[in-house]
Design a protein around this ligand. Structure first.
Ligand code: ADP
Ligand code: MG
Length: 571
């Protein structure tokens, strides 16, 4: 070949390759997706290029997986969907990620702009960008192959910087096969530098916070999932232990310090919320999960709040904040730690002892209930043994959803390591279970124990096939009490239908997994449950345990029954 010939033959690349190269350049190597038009080939090519591409049975579960990946890794989890219906299915998860401040990118294929905008009825026509916008932190569309690098860089930065959240990235079908010069294409890619920059708090804000903290008679620290996300485990531990202040972890912050830590006030939650006079909130919103910082839960005394958050808009959202500290948690805590020197005085013993006493009384009162051997089990008997499973395997990730199953598990099962508890989050989403379980083990390599209410499990149950297909070390325990909240409601009419909250009696969820080659076990006593779970966790093989729970155990809506409006007028 002559030189002239070589010059004529321009080397080309295309949208498919540039999307892959852009993601890889930014260390994104795992994709959670459901294949279909127009992203089938993109998924294939991603896999061929060495990326891990996990295919789900429903986009919502792929999306929950991506959200969970974001929480665990501080990198955006990526979910990829087909157009309109797939996009809409994924959207609940994108909104969930945004609501929980988890970084995630949802990439959806879409129909051609020219046809969508004239509403000419394209295949799966929908203005996806417009629909996604109010449900996520940022939404972008890439129309030209030259813009893929910039588009993906923007999506990554939007997802992880400041308060993390979900980002939507729209890719019309025509984008992917578009070609451009190979070299130019390479140059168009962007490696995102310092995607989530440190945000240093002002010195004034630190001084203000420390002054209030020093003035406290009954100080309390609340740590939320933002604290877990920030991976400031060492700093948080140092702050709590150096100051000697009792702390309360929010659900997904459990394990930043082991729940058995002597300063944990979890078992005295009502007491500390009512009586504390200064509350330092780290990476938690004072939303419904904290009774909005007011009302009976928070008692009568005047309280001062110090709040560490990366998002200045969060401050004063529910109650006045006496000392806002705006910055990333690690920088903020380091700045506070600098002020906690030898002059720091430990909180009054009267306060810390009263909490300790309450904690010990409550734990002692609970102990016999957790050892009960009822058959069929109640929640306490079942969770008493599952508590030991996690104690014996603190590195295992606990995924948890349901109503009563959620409430009881959260309070009974102690966590020992950070980011090992994944649950329904801020919205209380039922259906996060299997997607979260899959991402949890894929991202960390750790085994997963998923404790699922029977109703909650149903929302993502088909992903049991996904778990078997990839042979993941996931043990699912379905707390089967035959219905939503309970299985004993009756239809008040003469009609044949069962009550609205009741499922098939004595159902056998364990049979589901057998269809896919996994191990199904049916148990009805705590001893059987323990040995089945031990075996599953030791083998690392996909297992589904149907744990028969007394159908009369459980209460309406679990612990948030007050949020369910009840009819006042009787017929
Ligand atoms: P929980 O439900 O556990 O109470 P929330 O999700 O309500 O926690 O609150 C998490 C908070 O953490 C959010 O307000 C978010 O802005 C904040 N946050 C997240 N990451 C960081 C970070 N790295 N530094 C500071 N604040 C953060
Ligand atoms: Mg149930």
């Amino acid at each position: 070949m002559t030189d002239a010939n070589e010059n004529e033959q321009e080397n080309l690349t295309d949208g498919f390759n540039l999307v892959i190269d852009a993601l890889k350049l930014n260390d994104i190597n795992t994709i959670y997706n459901v294949p279909g038009i127009p992203i089938t080939d993109l998924g294939r090519m991603m896999q061929a290029s060495g990326m891990r591409v996990l295919s789900f049975r429903h986009e919502q579960n792929a999306g929950y997986a991506a959200a969970t990946a974001g929480f665990l890794t501080k990198k955006p989890g990526v979910c990829m969907t087909v157009s309109a219906p797939g996009f809409l299915n994924g959207l609940t998860a994108l909104a969930h990620a945004t609501t929980n401040c988890f970084p995630m990118i949802m990439i959806s294929g879409s129909s051609e702009r020219e046809i969508v905008d004239l509403q000419q009825g394209d295949y799966e026509e929908m203005d996806q960008l417009a629909i996604a916008k109010p449900l996520c932190k940022a939404a972008y569309r890439i129309l030209n192959v030259e813009d893929i690098g910039i588009g993906i860089a923007r999506a990554i930065r939007a997802a992880v910087s400041g308060r993390p959240g979900g980002v939507y990235l729209d890719m019309p079908a025509k984008l992917l096969p578009q070609v451009m010069n190979d070299k130019e294409g390479g140059k168009s890619l962007v490696k995102v530098i310092d995607a989530a920059p440190k945000q240093i708090p002002s010195q004034e804000s630190i001084e203000r916070a420390c002054e209030i903290l020093r003035s406290a008679e009954k100080p309390l620290i609340i740590i939320g999932k933002g604290a877990a996300y920030s991976q400031s485990d060492v700093e948080i531990k140092e702050l709590i232990e150096k100051t000697g202040i009792p702390y309360l972890p929010m659900s997904m912050a459990k394990g930043i310090l082991p729940d058995v830590h002597p300063q944990s006030a979890s078992a005295a939650r009502s007491l500390v919320l009512k009586e504390a006079d200064v509350v330092l909130v780290i990476g938690a919103r004072i939303n419904w999960l904290l009774s909005h910082g007011k009302g009976k839960t928070w008692g009568e005394n005047d309280k001062k709040f110090i709040q560490i958050d990366i998002d200045p808009k969060e401050i004063d959202s529910n109650v006045p904040i006496a000392a806002p500290v705006i910055g990333d948690i690690q920088s903020c805590i380091n700045a506070i730690l600098e002020k906690i020197d030898h002059t720091w005085v430990q909180p009054p013993a009267e306060w810390t002892n009263s909490i300790r006493e309450k904690v010990e009384t409550n734990i002692a009162r609970m102990a016999p209930r957790l050892e009960n051997q009822n058959n069929p089990m109640d929640f306490h008997g079942a969770l008493g043994v599952l508590r030991d499973v996690i104690k014996e395997r603190p590195e295992a990730i606990l995924v948890n959803e349901g109503a009563n199953t959620l409430d009881f598990t959260r309070s009974i099962i102690d966590m020992y390591q950070p980011r090992k508890r994944i649950d329904v989050g801020t919205w209380g989403v039922m259906g996060i279970g299997m997607g979260s379980a899959i991402a949890a083990t894929v991202e960390t390599g750790n085994p997963v124990l998923a404790i699922e209410g029977d109703s909650a499990f149903g929302f993502s149950a088909m992903e049991i096939e996904t778990i078997c297909r990839y042979n993941l070390p996931v043990c699912v325990v379905v707390f089967n009490n035959g219905g939503i909240y309970r299985g004993i409601d009756v239809n008040p009419t003469e009609g044949e239908d069962v009550a609205t909250t009741v499922f098939v009696k004595d159902s056998r969820y364990d049979k589901l997994i057998e269809a896919f080659g996994g191990l199904g076990v049916n148990v009805s006593s705590p001893t059987e449950l323990k040995s089945a779970v031990d075996e599953a966790m030791n083998s690392g093989s996909p297992t589904l345990i149907n744990a028969a729970i007394d159908s009369s155990a459980g209460t309406e809506s679990g612990r948030i029954g007050n949020l369910n409006p009840q009819r006042q007028m009787k017929k």
